[in-house]
Ligand binder design. Structure first.
Ligand SMILES: [Zn+2]
Length: 145
């Protein structure tokens, strides 16, 4: 079944998420419940690459499908965004859990549905995506990497 992947890039700019000011991309890890252990394991794995991700101006944020910070999510390594409507997943056309990478203009650049079995994208693939986005940046164009 084909989803909206054939559409032009979807934007998350209209969503009521506080993506915050940033220079580069943001890797949204969509938890399917706020305390899911399998989702947490992946987030921890990804967070171990924070230094590398920062080199490509990328940061990680957790998207929790709950309304308020009363949720038990405590991840020092990543910001937590609250998305009770699951608006990010809807904009991306997937169900949680998954990983959605948003570029510096708040356009969805990469969509990975992990599915029930939590088959998240390989960390190396996530790094490759944000590296690609960083090197696509007009401000960086011309700089040899
Ligand atoms: Zn999960």
């Amino acid at each position: 079944m084909k989803s909206q992947l054939t559409n032009r890039r979807n934007s998350v700019a209209h969503l009521s998420l506080e993506l915050g000011r940033r220079r580069g991309s943001i890797i949204l890890v969509l938890f399917h419940t706020e305390t899911c252990a399998a989702c947490s394991v992946y987030l921890d794995k990804l967070s171990q690459e924070n230094a590398e991700l920062a080199e490509w101006d990328a940061e990680i944020a957790t998207v929790a499908p709950v309304a308020k910070p009363e949720a038990a999510l405590k991840h020092a390594a990543a910001r937590v965004l609250y998305d009770p409507e699951q608006s990010v997943a809807k904009a991306a056309g997937i169900d949680t859990p998954g990983v959605v990478i948003v570029d510096q203009w708040s356009d969805i650049a990469d969509i990975n549905a992990a599915g029930e079995n939590h088959e998240f994208p390989a960390v190396a693939d996530v790094i490759a995506s944000v590296r690609y986005l960083a090197t696509q940046c007009p401000e960086c164009e011309g700089e040899t990497l």
